[in-house]
Design a protein around this ligand. Sequence first.
Ligand code: HEC
Ligand code: HEC
Length: 190
Amino acid sequence: MKTPPPFSYEVDHLNTKWKYRLTGFATMIVSVVVAATVTAQAPAGSQAAATIPPPSSRSYPAPQNLKVLPKDMTGQQVHDIMKQWAGALGVQCGSCHADDPDNIGPDGHPQLKFADDSKPMKGIARTMYTMTDEINSNYIAKVEGSGVPVTCGTCHRGHLGPEPFTVEPKDAFPSPLEAAETKEKSLASQ
Ligand code: HEC
Ligand code: HEC
């Protein structure tokens, strides 16, 4: 079994933007349903309780159209990665996944056709995933003692387009002050 690269599972605690979808109300409903399910399935003192998988592990259908992620990933694993991608880029699921006009959700909005490939950004994300995977396996993994894999967030930092990094003059090396001092010394020694 091909194990997914470890960076996919890195929990980036700073990237919590995906939580936009969980309104307080939805969270409450979920908690109530989870509590009710757990109570119903696990009578007090039951040894079997520990072996019952959490309800969420059953709620995501097996993926149908994986081209870059390991094909044996479960729906739950893909979902966890997707939440991280969305958070790392500061976008919503619908940025990469197309609407399904034939499937209107309870909120009156179309559901997303996750297996559909019609949005160009989904294709870019596949390229980016392959790039990130290669950076980790071909380069980062070869750095002795490396323990910090590159993730989408390493570059994107919560933005769709990575922000250009420019060195502020005060952080430049040598700093303007040091440069001036060096010049002074070299002039004095002449
Ligand atoms: C930056 C683009 C991007 C964002 C944002 C994104 N996805 Fe995806 N998603 C993809 C790509 C690319 C794939 C296909 C991966 C592959 O080919 O291995 C995919 C695959 C999936 C699949 C599997 C579909 C199938 O049957 O093959 C599901 C389910 C899914 N995404 C759900 C989500 C959810 C839920 C969110 C929001 C939390 C989300 N995605 C956000 C790009 C994205
Ligand atoms: C090594 C740095 C780096 C990593 C890692 C990286 N990206 Fe990117 N990504 C970029 C850069 C740079 C661009 C902008 C390219 C351009 O528009 O010229 C970009 C652009 C994108 C875009 C297109 C944005 C747009 O404006 O249309 C998407 C989508 C994207 N990346 C998704 C991802 C995902 C998903 C991951 C992780 C699987 C990822 N990236 C990892 C550097 C990175």
